[in-house]
Ligand binder design. Structure first.
Ligand SMILES: [Zn+2]
Length: 706
């Protein structure tokens, strides 16, 4: 269930005149309280202050509740329009306020925003429960659902009806009152724990620094990395020193190039021990409680495990299906990782290192293998992947495939952060399609990673077409000194990836808010994003966008060939560290009983049991596995990336079989997948596009695991 939520605003009677007046003033200055007067109706970001959120949310929740009351008290018999569509239309203000709040919490979580996070989470969770556990509302929904065969609904309407009905059932509306109370408590507590978990990870990430004051300790590092570390030090008031952090753009180059082994160890440990230091920021007890509460919740709702509860709504449907795919890939990837390990140990031995490869050595020796075997030096590559060139390359692909145009808006325009770029997105005929923000570089208030979200989704909510407001947020290498932002090839692929999610939002052509854009099963949602990475790495496409930032020279064939060859480089490692995390997630969430959980032991025992080698650490260790413990988002769902990987590799073959920009294939991809949101069953959408179910072979080939 998506947007059906509520909370009652406590109407305090007997306020003094003075308080009323103050309240009026507060309302008058709260940008959420009146219609926006901004261009394209984007949120008036600069006017929104942290103190506006809670009052706005309370008003929005009260409004939503009133709308729900109107639905319940409608004297007419329940119908699709007066109940199901009315519910989808309801809560518009709440979606506005919540999307701004959560969008900024991730992209610019300033103190004022973070301070109210726990309160916001709890209020929304209670509001959501108030609606989804309302028996009178469910009675009407059920009444419509029971006549679904006679209503002559179209596919999209039928999907909305089923989704709404299932959402109520899965929320526990049919439970006895005492069980409902128990469920509410679980939901509220989970929301609190998610918040504690993610606050701890963010604090830990910002806390750890590797401070270097002896220049000799920088041996091996490229000049640009050294310059970046000096800038970081200056920002932290450590002028004249060099600082490396556990943020990936700072950490990975250090692990890759720094000759000083003990410093690599220090930094990597700082990273992988986050949330596991037995102090006030430790996440182990939080994880134990989350895992057990999820078992309880699943059992309450009649499922054996939390994974069963989750997967029912996914393309995979069952945990057996998920394990089947993951195990199949594990058996292919692990032997390749072991070969990679042997190749690196051979270098260590040849150099008379006299030690056994450890996890903090992997990137360093992998880089040596890369230079030896593929003769590819990342620093040779970066100048060809200047950020704005890569971005324009992604735009050009969308223009060739779908006819979209992108116009940068410069000058005054509301933006979620001063550093963000903003674009108008237009159809080939010039009609407005949406607004796209792009916010590229790390800052202390930004969550790690890269993501795409919407400040407003596309829909025809309330009968009018609402164009989306989309945002892409990344943590890419910063410009350093006179150098512009020069991306690694990985970062360039990530840009195309997030842009793919952006297209899924921008091209959405759905009626109902709850089913539009990326409102698709978790294991399907990475298809539109990951397929774009194929264009990012295609030689023909690269020649169009990968130009030297200084000379404008097109990337040389020889370098393209090297990049292509190195596509299989380190894939054993990459696939294995990912699968370890995906399997760990499944193992936590297929538990059928609550238990005393020693998190470190649980993780270690499990990963040992599947044969993970000690030189590789799970992509995420439990104590900073945000995907599964900072929200419900990717719970029993981290596998989705590779599930979607099967889909995207197989789907891209449809272009390879024709041509890179084949118009008929592009049209079919747009109409059957990108425009459809969640209005059609995921497997059906895929079959409509591909003419058959997905096959695994293209993915194995792509990764050199065949
Ligand atoms: Zn993604």
């Amino acid at each position: 269930m998506r947007n059906i939520l509520l909370f009652s605003l406590v109407v305090v009677m007997g306020l003094t005149a003075c308080q009323n007046q103050k309240k009026d003033e507060a309302e008058a200055s709260n940008p959420f309280f009146s219609p926006y007067t901004t261009p394209y109706n984007v949120p008036p970001f600069e006017q929104i202050k942290p103190e506006h959120y809670l009052p706005a949310m309370e008003k929005a929740m009260a409004e939503h509740k009133k709308e729900v009351e109107v639905i319940i008290n409608n004297a007419d018999a329940p119908s699709f329009e007066n109940t199901i569509v009315a519910l989808d239309d309801a809560g518009k203000m709440l979606s506005e306020v919540a999307s701004v709040y959560f969008g900024l919490k991730s992209a610019d979580g300033t103190e004022g925003i973070m301070k109210i996070a726990s309160e916001v989470g709890q209020k929304l969770s209670a509001h959501s429960d108030d609606i989804s556990l309302n028996p009178d509302l469910f009675k009407r929904v059920e009444a419509v659902y029971n006549q679904k065969d006679e209503l002559e609904l179209n596919g999209e309407q039928l999907m909305l009806l089923e989704d709404t009905y299932k959402g109520f059932v899965r929320s526990g509306v049919s439970l006895a009152d005492d069980k409902k109370g128990e469920l509410r408590e679980i939901n509220a507590r989970l929301s609190e724990l998610f918040n504690n978990f993610s606050t701890n990870v963010l604090t830990e990430t910002n806390k750890f620094k590797l401070v270097i004051d002896n220049e000799a300790d920088l041996a091996g590092l490229p000049a640009s990395v050294v310059a970046g570390a000096a800038e970081t030090a200056t920002e932290m008031g450590l002028e004249g020193k060099w600082v490396f952090t556990t943020q990936k753009p700072s950490m990975l180059p250090f692990l890759q190039y720094a000759d000083k082994r003990e410093l690599r160890e220090q930094l990597y440990k700082g990273y992988y021990m986050r949330g596991n230091n037995n102090d006030s920021l430790d996440n182990k007890e939080i994880i134990e409680e989350i895992v057990n509460l999820r078992v309880k919740k699943a059992n309450l709702l009649g499922y054996e495990s939390y994974a069963d509860y989750v997967l029912e709504e996914r393309m995979a449907k069952t945990s057996d299906k998920v394990y089947e795919l993951l195990n199949q890939l594990w058996d292919r990837a692990l032997p390749v990782a072991k070969k990679e390990r042997a190749a690196m140990q051979a270098i260590i031995d040849r150099e008379k290192g006299g030690f056994k490869l450890a996890s903090w050595d992997w990137w360093y020796y992998a880089e040596k293998v890369r230079q030896e075997k593929y003769n590819l030096d990342e620093n040779e590559v970066r100048p060809y992947f200047e950020l704005n060139n890569v971005r324009d390359g992604a735009f050009a692909v969308a223009t060739k495939l779908f006819g979209l145009q992108f116009e940068e808006i410069t000058g005054e325009f509301p933006k979620p952060h001063a550093d963000a770029q903003v674009f108008k997105v237009l159809e080939a005929d010039g009609s407005h399609k949406g607004i796209l923000y792009m916010d590229w570089h790390p800052r202390a208030t930004k969550k790690q990673g890269a993501w795409c979200g919407a400040y407003r989704k596309q829909s025809r909510r309330g009968g009018e077409n609402i164009p989306p407001v989309v945002t892409i947020v990344c943590n890419f290498s910063k410009p350093v000194g006179d150098l512009p932002a020069l991306l690694s090839f990985d970062e360039a692929s990530t840009l195309f990836h997030e842009f793919g999610h952006g297209l899924h939002q921008l091209l959405s052509d759905c009626t109902y808010n709850g089913l539009s854009g990326t409102s698709v099963p978790r294991d399907f949602v990475e298809l539109p994003s990951q397929i774009m990475e194929n264009w990012a790495g295609d030689p023909e496409v690269m020649k169009e966008y990968a130009r030297h930032y200084k000379t404008g020279e097109v990337i040389p064939d020889e370098l393209v060939a090297k990049l292509q060859n190195s596509g299989h480089f380190n894939q054993g490692f990459a696939t294995t560290e990912y699968l370890a995390a995906a399997l760990l997630d499944m193992n936590y969430h297929t538990q059928k009983e609550t238990q005393e959980l020693d998190v470190n032991q649980f993780e270690e025992d499990y990963l040992k049991s599947i044969g993970l080698i000690p030189e590789i650490i799970s992509r995420y260790k439990s104590t900073y596995f945000m995907h599964i413990f900072a929200s419900s988002g990717y719970t029993a769902g981290y596998y989705s990336y590779i599930w979607s990987g099967v889909l995207d590799a197989d789907a891209f073959e449809a272009f390879k079989e024709t041509s890179l920009y084949d118009q008929a294939t592009a049209k079919s991809f747009r109409e059957n997948i990108l425009e459809r949101g969640g209005t059609v069953d995921a497997m059906e959408m895929y079959k409509n596009f591909r003419g058959r179910e997905p096959k695994i072979e293209a993915l194995l080939r792509q990764r050199g695991l065949d």
